[in-house]
Design a protein around this ligand. Structure first.
Ligand code: PEP
Ligand code: MG
Length: 580
């Protein structure tokens, strides 16, 4: 048995067979000479590989069309056209017969030539086609080299997914019903892979920093997403112990579900709202099952992470409307596109940047692409006619940026009016407070919006200068750092002084100890992964507002996160359980 310790990123215990999805590097292309007699054989190998690639692409095209509409399927039609293009086939044939080199090398060289040609063009749309060329040629090469590119969508049996790093787009594409747990080298608690794992209720341990390399496909793995423990090839005793813990947790889940219908009310009668964060529309069932009072954050960018082109205004409208209607009158806060950083959308041409987390992200990206932004704003506005929708801008760093976002919203409203499309004229508009500059001028920003929502995942990242996805420095991503607590307090106080409610949708809100401090600081709303809602509701119900206020006042006087943790543990541990 091998014991590994990582970051507990999504709760739950799973025991299963490992699937090592580690083969993610670019292959080395072989280069060797062939004789004249072998040329036809090389060509035949190429024709077979192209045929297989066409079969793959046809399956993908049909799936994309079925699940997301014909405009998404069209991208694969373009791939099929390229595989049939006589000009392409002739060029490869000619080059093979001229050079007497193996076909893999010829195909690889052909790709280089085409990519260079496309990159040299002025037209950015044609330049973007290099991604398609790479995709299709890689597919042919993989077949030539018998290196089938496994898609996580094709998982056919239950597995514990073991990977160096899964991207948010992998998480969206994979066959989620088959993934019983995730174990990963990279990532921290607030990385988007962790957030998605919680959204899909898949136990996950991240941040193992290289240790997953030793886990072979087929090994039995126990994953404890509550503690971060991973056991590889466990002995019978260990297996039995984890089976018992699993059964106990199932009982506890039932208890928690029982409180789903109760209000989030303190012992002395103060009500707060506990809402859920969602990434995809299908999560609304889980939101309702866990007793959330609404959706406090709909991370709309995950609609853009689906394979295929960026969604049209109409398909976004349909997705937002679906969520709003499923929530049946409960509020739904839709955050406008927050791309960039680790959320790379293949269809949006965000160039590689030296400092992506400080770069062309979120509202900055949207303001630079008015057409895309207007499509989204109109889609949200139109959906607002069907229930209680709110709109929220991410990564606001200052008042001028906020004014530009609000002006864009006004333009979208004017266009909807012109088109006679119904929408809620007074749709509440809020901002995420996740950049320290915004927190420090919360008093100024509060005069311009209807609500704040504190995004501590990023606020902590930017305040402490700690990459939230980097396992090496994950220990620094600390919600109880005095600087973070002071900023949070300031945002709540400034929001209240201006008469607007203040919410928190960062993961900090889901920690029971933090929830008490936040309650005591006067936070009005909490929003978190749906699975955490019952725990936090139980926490709020276990304490009086008066006591929480005293706890928060004390916590603010302390000089380090260790002191705060120790103080909260001594004061609360007998009543408040922190995780399972
Ligand atoms: C945050 O930064 O706290 C937040 C909720 O946004 P995201 O996790 O999507 O960056
Ligand atoms: Mg954020």
């Amino acid at each position: 048995m091998r014991n590994l310790q990582g970051i507990p990123a999504s709760p739950g215990i799973a025991i299963g067979s490992a699937f090592a999805f580690l083969d993610d590097e670019e292959p080395t292309i072989p280069r060797y000479t062939v004789t004249e007699l072998e040329l036809d054989g090389e060509w035949d190998r190429f024709v077979v590989a192209v045929g297989k690639a066409k079969d793959d692409v046809t399956v993908l095209r049909d799936r994309a069309t079925r699940e997301m509409g014909s405009e998404h399927g069209a991208i694969f039609d373009a791939h099929l056209l390229m595989l049939d293009d006589p000009e392409v086939l002739d060029a490869i044939d000619l080059s093979l017969r001229d050079s007497f080199l193996n076909i893999e090398w010829i195909v690889h060289q052909y790709e280089q030539t085409i990519v260079k040609r496309l990159e040299g063009l002025d037209d950015p749309i044609l330049q973007e086609r290099t991604v398609d060329v790479h995709d299709i040629i890689k597919r042919v090469l993989n077949h030539l080299m018998f290196r089938e590119r496994f898609s996580l969508a094709d998982l056919g049996s239950d597995v514990v997914l073991v990977a160096h790093n899964l991207l948010p787009s992998d998480m969206i594409a994979m066959n989620r019903a088959r993934v019983k747990a995730i174990v990963m080298d990279a990532g921290g608690k607030t990385s988007h892979t962790a957030i998605l794992a919680r959204a899909f209720e898949i136990p996950a341990v991240l941040g193992l920093g290289g240790a997953v390399r030793g886990i072979k496909s087929g090994a039995i793995v126990v994953v404890d997403g509550n503690t971060g423990d991973v056991r590889v090839d466990p002995d019978a005793q260990t297996l039995e112990r984890y089976e018992r813990v699993r059964a106990k947790m199932a009982e506890r889940d039932e208890d928690l579900t029982a409180i789903a219908s109760l209000p989030a009310r303190t012992l002395d009668g103060r009500d707060v709202l506990i809402k859920a964060n969602i990434e995809v529309p299908e999560e609304t069932d889980s939101v309702l099952r866990h007793g959330a009072a609404g959706v406090g954050l709909f991370r709309s960018e995950f609609l853009f992470l689906q394979p295929g082109r960026a969604p049209s205004e109409d398909s976004q409208y349909a997705a937002y409307r679906r969520v709003i209607e499923a929530m049946a009158g409960r509020p739904v806060t839709i955050r406008t596109l927050d791309v960039g950083g680790d959320k790379v959308v293949p269809d949006l041409a965000i160039e590689e940047e030296k400092n992506p987390l400080l770069g062309w992200r979120a509202i900055r990206y949207c303001l630079s692409d008015p057409e895309l932004f207007q499509d989204q704003l109109r889609a949200i506005l139109r959906a607002s006619a069907h229930g209680d929708a709110r709109i929220m801008f991410p990564m606001i760093s200052g008042p001028v940026e906020l004014d530009s976002a609000i002006a864009a919203l006004e333009r979208a409203k004017a266009e909807c009016r012109k088109r006679n499309q119904a929408f809620r004229e007074d749709i509440p508009v809020g901002i995420m407070i996740e950049v320290p500059s915004a927190a420090l001028i919360a008093d100024i920003l509060a005069t311009k919006v209807d609500f704040f929502s504190i995004g501590t995942n990023d606020l902590i990242q930017y305040t402490i200068a700690v990459d939230r996805g980097n396992e090496r420095v994950a220990y620094l991503h600390e919600p109880f750092h005095p600087a973070v607590l002071r900023l949070v307090k300031k945002v709540i106080d400034d929001g209240h002084a201006a008469g607007i409610p203040v919410s928190m949708c960062g993961e900090m809100a889901s920690d029971p100890f933090a929830a008490i401090v936040l309650l005591g600081l006067g936070l009005d709303e909490f929003s978190m992964s749906a699975v955490s809602v019952p725990d936090v509701k139980r926490t709020i119900r276990s304490i009086s507002f008066e006591e929480a206020t005293a706890v928060a006042a004390e916590a603010l006087k302390l000089c380090s996160h260790q002191e705060t943790e120790a103080f909260l543990a001594s004061r609360l541990a007998d009543r408040v359980s922190r995780g399972a």
